[in-house]
Ligand binder design. Structure first.
Ligand code: ADP
Ligand code: MG
Length: 468
């Protein structure tokens, strides 16, 4: 009885058809009224959300003779609900990432300090060990393991946006070009690598080593996604988002951006994977093959640079990551390559070290002793001030932790400079927190050293700070 009625009606969106048939059948055969929300397609091909309600009409004998119903357009309400759901989901996701980030960042910071002590002590012991001896080998293994662990903590710090950065105005094309050889090696010979720079690219301001981290992580993933031969493309472009675009795309703000995109023709991802890829330790790879830290690092770096990241991927159709970095307004600066070949030593200078982590303070002092510097050490800023007041003679350089309980390193440096106007500064940190600036950036041009460090790093940084 309901068949003729339905045959004339073929405007249901295909995915709703089975459900609608069932509802009408139940009404026409069993007299069950319906009240359903569904999508229909208008004669012009537009999809419209409707609320369909109806009931069976019976004759005097109680037999069903027809179904009477109506449609009400509820498209606007549905769109608003969908929008609301999307925003809600984005908010929950952002909050989750934030709290995971805080946890990871906190652990990584303390852990990083300890690694510094392990690495440094092993290095000092190594110099006393006889080459080819077992002990020598053991110490090398300790240093290697500590270095690998330090890479992991560094990735976590990057995700938590606690990576201390040294941003410079750069031409992304030029910086990527310098990395091409390394990137090609990274993806291997079977994969065709295509580099498509946009000429006239706007400058961006970021730490070039972060760009290195970004691209390495994306390409390592691309390589893993491609089975056998394939192609990876990296391209750049200038992009401007207007108000209208940003209203439709959550996370975007109007303005000029530089696009860096990495695409591969690999295995792609399903929805479930896509929803989780930026979370630290999320991996679909076998134990030992993935850490799940690659994309969380990428995410943290993009956020730290006020950028936006987008992913497009479908199973078997490949993947594209798009990273938008805000355009920077000024001329491009030249990045000077640092010559780190020889270990430079003291020319008779006096150095004041301030570090609240005692074991790290001790280690840094021993490093400096070995390099021939006269060393004053303090475990708190207050003690550093006392030492500086009592000291007879010059203090050439202050090496200080950035984040300390009483006073941050930057303020300490300023106070000490009142006593010693020529005093140079070298800042060190596993990260800088809100104390400095919410985005963890020290003033431009200051000398900075990431923890943990090797004696050679310290030697070079100290000389840079003293001579530069
Ligand atoms: P890992 O590579 O250690 O698994 P990542 O954070 O780098 O961790 O990536 C997380 C997951 O995202 C991967 O395990 C993989 O499932 C997926 N993924 C990332 N990049 C790609 C890509 N280019 N193609 C397909 N899947 C990818
Ligand atoms: Mg990876």
């Amino acid at each position: 009885m309901y068949r003729p009625l339905l045959d004339g009606i073929n405007f249901y969106a295909p995915e709703w058809r089975d459900k609608i048939m069932q509802v009408f059948a139940d009404c026409a055969e069993k007299g069950i009224p319906y009240d359903e929300e569904m999508e229909i397609i208008t004669r012009k091909g537009r999809r419209v959300w409707v609320r369909a309600t109806g009931e069976a009409i019976r004759n005097e004998k109680g037999e069903i003779v027809e179904v009477q119903g109506s449609f009400q357009d509820i498209t606007d309400r549905k769109r608003a609900e969908e929008e609301q759901d999307k925003l809600q989901a984005q908010l929950i996701q952002a909050q989750k990432m934030e709290s995971v980030g805080r946890l990871a960042g906190g652990v990584a910071h303390d852990f990083n300090n300890m690694l510094g002590v392990i690495m440094g002590n092993a290095e000092l012991a190594l110099e006393k060990a006889v080459p080819n001896d077992h002990l020598h080998e053991n110490l090398r293994d300790i240093i290697d393991a500590a270095r690998r662990s330090s890479d992991i903590t560094r990735q976590l710090l990057a995700f938590a946006r606690r990576q201390t950065i040294d941003p410079k105005v750069i031409d992304l094309n030029k910086t990527v070009e310098k990395m091409l050889k390394m990137l090609r090696r990274l993806i291997g010979e079977d994969i065709d690598f295509s580099w498509q720079p946009f000429s006239g690219l706007w400058p961006v301001k970021m730490d070039p080593s972060q760009l290195d981290q970004l691209l390495s992580n994306l390409l390592i993933n691309a390589r893993a996604a491609i089975e056998g031969v394939g192609r990876v493309t990296i391209e750049t472009d200038n992009v401007t988002f207007d108000e209208a675009y940003c209203n439709d795309h959550a996370g975007f703000v109007p303005g000029d951006f530089v696009l860096l995109a990495a695409s591969d023709g690999g295995c792609g991802m399903d929805r479930n994977t896509l929803e989780n890829i930026f979370e630290p330790f999320f991996t679909t790879k076998a134990v030992g093959q993935g850490t799940g830290l690659g994309l969380s690092t990428v995410y943290g770096i993009v956020k730290q640079n006020d950028g936006v990241i987008n992913v497009y991927s479908e199973p078997d159709k490949g993947t594209t990551f798009q990273i938008y970095l805000p355009r920077h307004g000024r001329e491009t600066a030249v990045i000077t390559a640092k010559d780190q070949e020889n270990v430079p030593v003291s020319q008779g200078e006096t150095v004041l070290i301030v570090e609240d982590e005692i074991s790290l303070l001790d280690l840094t002092r021993r490093f400096l002793d070995r390099l021939g510097y006269a060393v004053l050490e303090a475990s708190t800023p207050a003690r550093a001030m006392d030492l500086a007041r009592d000291h007879k003679g010059k203090i050439h350089l202050l090496i200080t932790d950035v984040v300390m309980p009483e006073m941050n390193g930057k303020d300490l440096a300023e106070r000490l400079q009142a006593l010693y106007p020529d005093l140079r500064g070298l800042f060190m940190s596993g990260y800088t927190t809100n104390v400095i600036a919410h985005r963890a950036v020290l003033n431009e041009g200051v000398h900075f050293m990431q923890k943990p460090f090797f004696i050679k790093d310290l030697a070079v940084k100290v000389r840079e700070a003293l001579d530069g």
